[in-house]
Ligand binder design. Structure first.
Ligand SMILES: Cc1cc2nc3c(=O)[nH]c(=O)nc-3n(C[C@H](O)[C@H](O)[C@H](O)COP(=O)(O)OP(=O)(O)OC[C@H]3O[C@@H](n4cnc5c(N)ncnc54)[C@H](O)[C@@H]3O)c2cc1C
Length: 381
C-alpha cells in the first residue's frame, strides 16, 4: 500500500529530504512538501546580496516545478502538528501521514534584545539583506558595528565573513569605514576551538577589524546610537548589523516537541524523534557534541541529515535492510572578501572534540563557493 510522507519546510533540509525520498520511492508513495513561502533560498549567498554582488532573483527559486518530479508542493502555513498522530494542519485542513519530516528551521528573533529590531540591520532574510545593501550604498564614513546578540545563530562562520566582506567592500569603494565586532563568544568558531579560531582572528586583525569577545548585549539605544552591554559598558555605532537571535518555530513549540535545551531532541545518528515515524532535521534540532557544545546550525548538516532520514525511511518502506547514519561531517566556505575564501572541513562528531581543518583564504575557495551556489540550485531544483 502506498505511504504518505509529509515534509515540513522547503529550505535546505526539507528540499533535500523530499528530493531524496522521491528518488528512492515508487510513485505509489506520496511525497508532500509544505512551505509557507513556496520558495527556496540559497541562504549563503545573502552575504553577496548584502554587498550588492547578487540580485535576490539569482538565489531564490519557486518550489512549484518540483511537481514535475512527482513531489506535491503545498504553499501553506503549517499551523499545528500532532506528532503522536503524525497529523498536520495545513491551510485549514488536516493531513495525516505515515512519516513526518520536520525541517522548519529556526525563526529570526530580532525582538529578543530590547531596541535591536528597531536599530539594527540584518542579512539573514532576503528583505533584510536588500535593505542592508541599500544602507551600505548610502554609507559614507564612520563606524560599522557587527554584533552577535545571543547564541545560537545560523552558520558559525557568517559573522566573521560579514565583517571581512564589509571591510573589503568599503576599502574598494574608498569609504573610510571602521568595522568592529562584538560577540558573547570567547573566540570566533568556539565549537571548533583554538588553532582555527586563532587563524580567523589573525585574518580579522590583519584587516584592521577589532574583535571584542565575551560581550553580552543587554540593549540597543537607537537614539544615542549605542550598544549597552550586560556589564554596563557601551559602544557607539553609525551603522549597526546584527546576527539575528533565533527561536524555534512557534508551531514546533506548541506541538510539545522541544527538549530541555530549547530545540527538538533527535537521535544524533538517525534524527528520529521520540515519536515513531517522526524525524527532525536541520536548524530546528538540538544535538550536543562530545565537548558539551551544540552542533552548529548549518546547511551542510541539514542536508546530510536529510539524506540520512530519506534513505532510512525509504529503506523501511521498501523493506530493505541496512541503515544510513548521519556522521557529523561538515564543510564550509569562509568568504574573506577581495575574491577570496577559506575552507573548513572535518568531523564534528569526533571525540573528545571536533576535528576540523581550515584551508587558508585563496581565490580557489572563493570560486568553489560560487560553483557550489550554481550546483546547488541546479541539482536540487
Ligand atoms: C546569511 C546566511 C549564510 C549562511 N551560510 C551558510 C554556509 O555557508 N554554510 C552552511 O552550511 N550554512 C549556512 N547557513 C545556514 C543554513 O542556511 C541553515 O543552517 C539551513 O538553511 C538550515 O536548513 P533548515 O532546512 O533547517 O531550515 P531553512 O533552510 O531555514 O528552511 C526552513 C523552511 O521552513 C519554512 N517554514 C518555517 N516555518 C513554517 C511554517 N510554520 N509553515 C510553513 N513553512 C514554514 C521556511 O519558509 C523555510 O523555507 C547560512 C545562513 C544564512 C542566513
Amino acid at each position: 500500500m502506498g505511504k504518505t510522507i509529509l515534509v515540513l519546510g522547503g529550505g535546505v533540509g526539507g528540499l533535500v529530504a523530499a528530493r531524496e525520498l522521491r528518488s528512492r520511492l515508487g510513485r505509489e508513495h506520496r511525497i508532500i512538501l509544505a512551505d509557507r513561502t513556496g520558495q527556496h533560498v540559497f541562504w549563503p549567498s545573502l552575504l553577496w546580496v548584502m554587498t550588492g554582488d547578487r540580485a535576490p532573483s539569482a538565489i531564490v527559486r519557486d518550489l512549484d516545478p518540483l511537481a514535475r518530479r512527482g513531489i506535491e508542493v503545498r504553499r501553506a502555513e503549517v499551523a499545528a502538528i500532532d506528532p503522536a498522530r503524525r497529523a498536520v494542519r495545513l491551510d485549514g485542513a488536516e493531513v495525516v501521514a505515515d512519516y513526518l519530516v520536520l525541517a522548519l528551521g529556526a525563526d529570526l528573533a530580532m525582538d529578543a534584545v530590547p531596541g535591536l529590531g528597531q536599530a539594527a540591520h540584518e542579512f539573514y532574510s532576503v528583505a533584510g539583506a536588500e535593505r542592508l545593501a541599500a544602507a551600505l550604498r548610502e554609507f559614507r564614513d564612520g563606524r560599522i558595528v557587527l554584533v552577535v546578540p545571543s547564541l545560537p545563530y545560523k552558520c558559525p562562520g557568517a559573522p566573521c565573513e560579514a565583517a571581512l566582506l564589509l571591510e573589503s567592500h568599503f576599502r574598494r569603494r574608498r569609504v573610510d569605514a571602521e568595522v568592529t565586532m562584538y560577540t558573547p563568544e570567547p573566540m570566533p568558531l568556539p565549537v571548533i576551538g583554538g588553532p582555527v579560531s586563532e587563524a580567523v582572528l589573525a585574518v580579522l586583525r590583519g584587516r584592521g577589524i577589532a574583535y571584542h569577545a565575551e560581550q553580552t548585549l543587554a540593549r540597543v539605544e537607537a537614539e544615542a546610537r549605542q550598544l549597552v552591554f550586560a556589564d554596563g559598558r557601551t559602544a557607539p555605532y553609525d551603522l549597526l548589523v546584527a546576527i539575528p537571535p533565533l527561536r524555534p518555530p512557534g508551531v514546533v513549540r506548541e506541538a510539545g516537541l522541544l527538549g530541555e535545551k530549547g530545540w527538538i531532541p533527535a537521535d544524533r545518528v538517525t534524527l528520529a524523534t521520540r515519536h515513531p515515524g517522526v524525524y527532525a532535521v536541520g536548524d530546528t534540532v538540538g544535538i550536543m557534541l562530545a565537548h558539551g557544545k551544540p552542533l552548529p546550525k548549518a546547511g551542510v548538516f541539514a542536508k546530510r541529515q536529510a539524506v540520512t532520514v530519506a534513505a532510512n525511511i525509504a529503506a523501511e518502506i521498501n523493506g530493505l535492510g541496512g541503515r544510513t547514519a548521519f556522521d557529523g561531517w561538515g564543510a564550509c566556505f569562509l568568504e574573506t572578501g577581495d575574491g577570496r575564501a577559506g575552507y573548513g572541513s572535518g568531523n564534528f562528531y569526533a571525540e573528545p572534540a571536533p576535528e576540523v581543518r581550515l584551508r587558508p583564504p585563496s581565490r580557489w575557495w572563493h570560486w568553489g563557493k560560487v560553483a557550489w551556489e550554481k550546483y546547488w540550485l541546479w541539482k536540487w531544483l
